[in-house]
Write a protein of this length. Structure first.
Length: 88
């Protein structure tokens, strides 16, 4: 989770997140919008706890880069892709 985004939307708690990007126009269509819509349709109903367990599993990209007590660890795109591809 991107820290700036998290702090901007945490006020919504478990309620749906409203548009907090008033200076950014809505995505109308295109590949990026399609990816976001697909991710939402597959994952949008899951609880925060379920999403955390799905993304923080042992041997995954998060686990490989997490350092206890260190904030704002970067997860390299290569590690994310390897997890997605199942090559890890």
């Amino acid at each position: 989770v991107h820290p700036d985004l998290y702090h901007k939307v945490k006020i919504f708690g478990s309620d749906p997140v409203e548009n907090v990007f008033h200076s950014v126009p809505d995505m109308q269509s295109g590949a990026e919008r399609d990816i976001i819509d697909e991710a939402y349709s597959k994952l949008g109903h899951l609880s925060a706890g379920r999403l955390v367990s799905a993304t923080h599993h042992q041997g995954g990209a998060w686990d490989l880069n997490y350092q206890p007590g260190v904030r704002h660890c970067i997860i390299p795109n290569e590690d994310i892709l390897n997890e997605y591809r199942g090559t890890r």
